[in-house]
Write a protein that binds this ligand. Structure first.
Ligand code: 5AD
Ligand code: FES
Length: 356
């Protein structure tokens, strides 16, 4: 028995070496690693940190997250701000409030602002472009990332021309069948993929991503995620555990685990060595030092919340989300201290994708 385990460990390490060398292994090989992750996770994390350090050094890029609207026309089954949730106190930030967040963030050293919101029809192209333009005028040395869901090609084009540099749109799962179990029937996997391709064509730095441990997800699905990522090659990949929200149809579903999420971060780092990988808020929510562990598994981005304090509790995508209470006044200092414990350091930098 012990001999068998040793053999398995050796095989896993060889697979990790192979992945490190070629940045791709087969679906079956990914699956083998995922199934045997308890034998080789430390080895994977070490390799993942090494490649990250080779490309980006020990630098961690910070992005100021501005959650500017929690109105949403969608009804994703997992999400706390889905339109059917009548318990949400809905809000929109004014242009001035958004600019105030940027001003605060700039002073704190942020050179990327992420404007994230639900799919809120109030924000026509005209309104959104106007806000993007003004942020760019005031902070020309900053990058703007949008995260406002599915829109038309034309709309993405206008926003790009207005000055948006990057776009986050998680695909949530690369399996069409699985996608349909997580979303209402008016949402489609094909449209999500079309949007991601359009964003790429328009020259955005594109972020995709998925939840780990979402309802109905299998280990096979996770192996498939890596094959998908290798094909689509996003610049950024947001990976966080699924966490149930009490007012959603998935309220009784169990959350994704820390160890599996970290393992996926490590595998993604080796598959897409140059990617920008955030240690997500969801990771920090399931474990008190989850984000630090994310960094130690190969992540190199952190996205502290810059939203005004009075709205933070209203942007509850899942239960117990961190940085929404009293302590959140000090997020930036808190993050800095936390990053120090990993041996990495936060930098004041746009933190663009490095091609080579
Ligand atoms: N648990 C974890 N992540 C969630 N998201 C939405 N709801 C949840 C949840 N219950 C993630 C989705 C979305 C991102 C903004 O937040 O992946 O794309
Ligand atoms: Fe927000 Fe620690 S990062 S309170």
């Amino acid at each position: 028995m012990e001999f068998m385990l040793k053999q398995h460990t050796v095989i896993c390490k060889e697979l990790i070496d192979k992945l490190s060398k070629y940045n791709i292994i087969s679906y079956d090989e990914y699956l083998c690693l995922i199934n045997n992750r308890d034998l080789c996770s430390e080895y994977l994390f070490k390799k993942a940190r090494n490649v990250r350090n080779k490309i980006y050094g020990n630098k961690i890029y910070i992005r100021g997250l501005i959650e500017f609207t929690n109105y949403c026309k969608n009804d994703c089954l997992y999400c706390g701000i889905r339109r059917s949730n009548k318990n949400v106190d809905r809000y929109r930030l004014s242009k001035q409030e958004i600019l105030d967040c940027c001003n605060l963030g700039y002073g704190l050293g942020f050179r990327t602002f992420v404007m994230q919101g639900g799919e809120d029809l109030y924000y026509t192209d005209e309104i959104l472009c106007d806000i993007v333009k003004e942020i760019k005028e005031k902070y020309p040395d900053c990058a703007i990332t949008l995260s406002v869901g599915e829109r038309s090609y034309e709309s993405y084009k206008k926003l790009k021309e207005a000055g948006a540099d990057r776009y986050l749109l998680r695909h949530e799962t690369a399996n069409k069948n699985h996608y349909e179990k997580l979303h209402p029937k008016e949402m489609s996997f094909n449209n999500r993929m079309r949007c991601l391709n359009n964003l790429k064509d328009l020259g955005y730095q594109v972020g995709a991503g998925f939840m780990v441990g979402s309802p109905y997800q299998t280990e096979e699905d996770l192996a498939n995620e890596l094959i998908f990522l290798n094909q689509f090659k996003p610049h950024m990949i947001g990976i966080g555990p699924f966490i149930s929200h009490k007012d959603t149809p998935f309220k009784n579903e169990k959350s994704g685990t820390l160890e599996l999420t970290l393992f996926m971060i490590g595998l993604v780092r080796l598959t897409l060595p140059n990617s920008l990988l955030p240690a997500t808020t969801a990771l920090g929510t399931i474990d008190s030092i989850g984000r630090e562990k994310g960094i130690n598994s190969g992540a190199n981005v952190i996205m502290p919340n810059l939203s005004p304090f009075d709205v933070r509790k209203k942007y509850m995508l899942y239960d117990n989300k961190i940085c929404t209470g009293e302590e959140s006044a000090y997020c930036v200092e808190c993050i800095k201290k936390r990053i120090k414990t990993t041996g990495c350091e936060i930098v004041t930098d746009r933190g663009d994708y490095k091609e080579f």
